[in-house]
Write a protein of this length. Structure first.
Length: 234
């Protein structure tokens, strides 16, 4: 996907704090949502003095929404693909999905990654067995680095999501062009889809459909890249 978008854009990617090659100075301290937002703010400040177009998927979309409120001068467009941002939801629904995240953390601690992974996929509307994909994809087997990433994500970032204090009302006034997005095959009742739809209602805009489901950027990278380029060019 990066190669296609990179044909006419400079693409900046990074390993989010605590994942892959991005280690923590104090591993036991974890990372808050504020830490993640500040990381993106500093990264963009280091590489450009112009507003950037940002694609945020899932947790990355939640980070992007914070940036749109707290540092709007750094973004021109934010494509927020299925943001995991409970604050966008009505109160009763928000409480239910936060509990869902907490239950997934308990399942992971009690039974390990294999069982938790199945339930996380179900929660996000992903069918890892029968999901549609583009032809010719390079498989990414579960290795130690990816296991460590999932460990940090479940133990730390699920908590950051549950405790998020996004100023939802302030999103209405951001000058950033925020594009709520959802996957074509994402079930309409799940947390991530509902957040995208509530964001669209909040902003008074149309939520845009992308190829695949919650992880369409990995299952349909070429079609996903085309969709990004089309939306940025609008």
């Amino acid at each position: 996907m990066g190669a296609q978008v990179g044909d006419d854009h400079t693409v900046i990617t990074y390993d989010r704090r605590g994942l892959s090659r991005s280690s923590l100075d104090a591993p036991d301290g974890g990372a808050t949502m504020a830490d993640h937002v500040d990381d993106v703010h500093r990264l963009l400040a280091a590489v450009t003095d112009r507003p950037a177009h940002m694609l945020g998927c899932s947790f990355g979309a939640a980070i992007g929404l914070h940036l749109a409120v707290e540092h709007p001068e750094q973004l021109g467009t934010l494509i927020a693909h299925e943001p995991v941002a409970p604050g966008l939801l009505p109160a009763s629904e928000r409480v239910r999905h936060v509990r869902e995240l907490e239950e997934l953390q308990r399942l992971y601690r009690d039974r390990g990654l294999a069982d938790a992974f199945i339930k996380i996929a179900e929660t996000l509307g992903i069918d890892p067995v029968a999901q549609d994909t583009e032809p010719g994809l390079t498989p990414h087997p579960m290795n130690d680095r990816r296991r460590a990433g999932f460990d940090f994500f479940i133990r730390n970032d699920f908590t950051a999501i549950a405790r998020d204090t996004l100023d939802v009302a302030a999103l209405r006034d951001t000058p950033v062009r925020v594009v709520p997005a959802f996957g074509r095959t994402t079930p309409r009742h799940v947390f991530d889809y509902r957040c995208a739809q509530e964001l669209a209602v909040l902003l008074g805009v149309e939520a845009r459909e992308f190829p695949g489901g919650h992880n369409g950027n990995t299952t349909h990278p070429r079609a996903y890249a085309t969709r990004i380029r089309d939306l940025v060019a609008e």
